[in-house]
Design a protein around this ligand. Structure first.
Ligand SMILES: Nc1ncnc2c1ncn2[C@@H]1O[C@H](COP(=O)(O)OP(=O)(O)OP(=O)(O)O)[C@@H](O)[C@H]1O
Ligand SMILES: [Mg+2]
Length: 669
């Protein structure tokens, strides 16, 4: 992957040190010719210049032997000045006329003077100031040495994941991240920030996922990704090819990443309120086959009822009542104490139970009691309102009545992207989806039953879900939990946001790898960026599209890289090329879904069958067919239409409570 070093490189500059500006162990200054290829972010080598030094070999050298010190640095600042003592002399020389300034009889000596931060020294011990030697432009091998990539690039079991090309000084050297530090167990998580549209945050994550799928080391097992699509059609066309320039193709080749869209992508989207049309922009007839409905019933929602309660609601009483519902009521035959027997499996059943309890307290008990089985009527009303509220606000995601359709929790496939489209879902529903999906992923990974060993969860617009201020929501606690503990499990968070300073600091702080696209000056003025030099900040504020600044545990300084445009169809272009289909009438939608399950199904047969039926019954039968996937879909559908579907008929369900999450405190552990 790495080109051989060039013969006898020519020095481009020389380290200089004065009493006021000495070379130190971490910083040095050098001058170059006025015409030079280097600039801010360029990697340079200080040393003897006989090709690339081999750090390992030098390390092994006996102490008494003279070892030539080689230092790698990255340019962080640049200055230009001449021998003028005061600007006034220049004015006098030009007789006050700027147009005559160039006519001066003698050209003044100019200097290009650069400051560089040390990336690496070899030998590393004893640590000494940078020698006053010659400065060279770094070649591919030098870049690998400087960024300490040699250890994971050339080891017996390489863990290198290409992130982009280092392109300063006319070079294009691949830069790699270490999978052990990007996807665990040593460190994990990635965060990317930058202004909208120019920072290429979503694109960078798309590219990096492709790179991870191509380079995830085989000894680390299987890897997959779950991406939440929270904005329009952003991630709806990851399996469709986009337009790439020859330059970008060359970059893909240089990085060893295939310039092709993702081979295996599965889409999940809730239904619309009508219960049959999918709530996504990927509804073009050619593409809809890859989209599965995502619908949850009462069982799934009650396990995550904590998400639905806001801060004021969370009290021991509501918790106790929800536990009671979960343990004693759901899926069992239950006597309400007023002469009624219930079997609660759906929201509709639950509502009936609540009604008979409230009626019972009022009529049978004559309003004398306001508790039922030790639960106060006010607590019960609150819980009922919250639960019923979600089924109204997120109709289509949450089914009132009927079984659920879910992700394949036990059989996640290797190198597959699972896109969950919640762009058009109510914020409460989005929280529910986040909470349930991430908690299930964590649970399955803990039991080693997910089907993959590492899973990347991509959350765009992180400032909305884990804001630095605001209340302590379940989703925020959960994201914090992944960022603090996920790496041991292989659960890795890739987050993107416009303003990093607005995201909870421990969520961004725990990201081992940090990418920055074009940044806003105001954002750069916040305390989080104090470590960057003014020149680096101004480069960040004007960074072109497709360039990123990378911080990674192996790199002692931030590095600028350029990554190629993702090889997938952009969301915006996707909706133009594959315009979303208009919502189809109820019966056509039913036909379409049945045909999708079994090509032999004839539309007219279905239409006749459902002509006089209640839509709810049809939806239930459809959901059952989708879940069961029988050989003869139409016969099965006909049979189910006649009977009531029990959502729990499949497997006896074990109790699943919301995994406990620690309260957010200032102490990370
Ligand atoms: N490497 C690249 N080279 C050239 N253009 C690119 C590259 N990556 C992305 N782009 C283009 O840049 C534009 C913005 O990209 P993207 O949508 O990823 O930005 P974003 O930071 O996610 O924006 P937002 O904050 O609005 O979500 C897109 O039009 C995309 O095609
Ligand atoms: Mg984006």
């Amino acid at each position: 992957m790495i080109a051989p070093p060039e013969k006898a490189p020519t020095p481009i500059g020389r380290v200089v040190a004065t009493e006021t500006k000495p070379a130190t162990t971490h910083q040095f200054h050098f001058w170059t010719a006025t015409e030079t290829t280097i600039g801010i972010g360029a990697i340079v080598k200080v040393g003897p210049g006989s090709g690339s030094a081999d750090g390992g070999a030098q390390h092994a050298a006996p102490l008494h032997q003279h070892v030539e010190r080689v230092v790698y640095g990255v340019v962080t600042d640049g200055f230009a000045y001449s021998d003028l003592v005061t600007p006034l002399h220049d004015v006098i020389g030009a007789e006050g006329d700027p147009t005559r300034a160039a006519e001066a009889p003698t050209a003044r000596q100019e200097i290009r003077y650069w400051t560089a931060a040390v990336l690496r020294q070899t030998p590393e011990e004893p640590l000494q100031p940078v020698p006053l030697s010659q400065v060279y432009v770094a070649d591919d091998t030098d870049v690998a040495q400087a960024l300490r990539m040699d250890a994971f690039l050339h080891s017996a079991a390489p863990t290198a994941i290409p992130v982009g090309l280092y392109t300063s000084a006319g070079r294009d050297a691949p830069v790699y991240l270490d999978a052990d530090f990007l996807l665990g167990p040593e460190a994990a998580h990635l965060n990317i920030s930058g202004v909208s549209g120019l920072a290429t945050k979503t694109s960078a994550v798309e590219f990096l996922l492709g790179s991870i799928f191509a380079h995830f080391p085989s000894h680390k097992g299987r890897v997959a990704a779950v991406c939440f699509n929270v904005k329009g059609p952003d991630l709806c066309f990851l399996d469709q090819p986009g337009d790439l320039s020859d330059e970008d193709r060359h970059r893909y080749q240089r990085l060893g990443v295939p310039a092709a869209p993702f081979e295996r992508v599965r889409y999940y989207a809730p239904l619309k309120a009508d219960g049959v049309n999918l709530n996504t922009l990927r509804t073009h007839p050619d593409l809809i086959d890859a989209v599965e409905p995502l619908t949850w019933g009462l069982q799934e929602v009650v396990d995550f009822a904590e998400v639905l309660l806001n801060r004021d609601d969370i009290d021991a009483k509501a918790d106790a009542f929800i536990d009671f519902l979960r343990d004693r009521v759901l899926g069992r035959t239950f006597d309400d104490g007023f002469g009624g027997t219930h079997r609660v499996q759906t929201f509709a059943d639950l509502d009936r139970l609540f009604r008979s309890i409230f009626d019972g307290l009022e009529i049978t008990a004559g309003g004398r009691s306001d508790t039922w089985r030790t639960h106060h009527i006010a607590t019960m009303r609150k819980v009922r309102n919250r639960l019923m509220n979600i089924s109204t606000r997120c109709k289509g995601l949450v089914t009132d009545d009927g079984p659920s359709s879910d992700l394949p929790w036990n059989e996640f496939a290797d190198r597959t992207v699972y896109v969950i489209d919640i762009a058009n879902v109510d914020p409460l529903g989005q929280d529910l989806v986040f909470a349930r999906v991430v908690s299930k992923l964590r649970e399955q990974l803990e039991r080693r039953e997910l089907g993959v060993d590492a899973l990347v969860v991509f959350v765009d617009e992180l400032n909305k879900y884990a804001p630095g201020d605001g209340s302590e929501t379940y989703v925020k606690k959960m994201l914090l939990d992944i960022s603090e503990r996920g790496r041991y499990l292989g659960l890795v968070l890739f987050g993107a946001e416009q303003f990093r300073s607005q995201v909870h600091r421990r969520v961004v702080g725990n990201a081992g790898t940090q990418l920055f696209g074009r940044m806003d000056m105001d954002e750069l003025a916040t305390p989080g960026y104090q470590v960057l030099s003014p020149a680096t900040k101004s480069k960040l504020a004007t960074l072109p599209i497709g360039e990123l600044m990378v911080r990674h545990p192996h790199f002692t300084q931030p590095i600028f890289v350029r990554f190629p445009k993702p090889p997938v169809l952009r969301g915006r272009d996707g909706v133009e090329r594959f315009p979303p289909a208009a919502d189809v009438p109820f019966e056509d939608a039913v036909v379409r879904q049945l045909v999708q399950l079994d090509r032999r199904v004839r539309p007219n047969q279905v239409k006749d069958l459902i002509a006089d039926r209640e839509p709810d019954d049809v939806r239930r039968a459809l959901a059952a067919a989708r879940r069961t996937r029988p050989d003869d879909v139409l016969a099965y559908f006909r049979k189910i239409l006649g009977s009531r579907v029990t959502p729990d008929a499949r497997v006896p369900r074990e109790h699943q409570a919301v995994p406990p999450l620690n309260a957010i405190s200032d102490e990370p552990y």
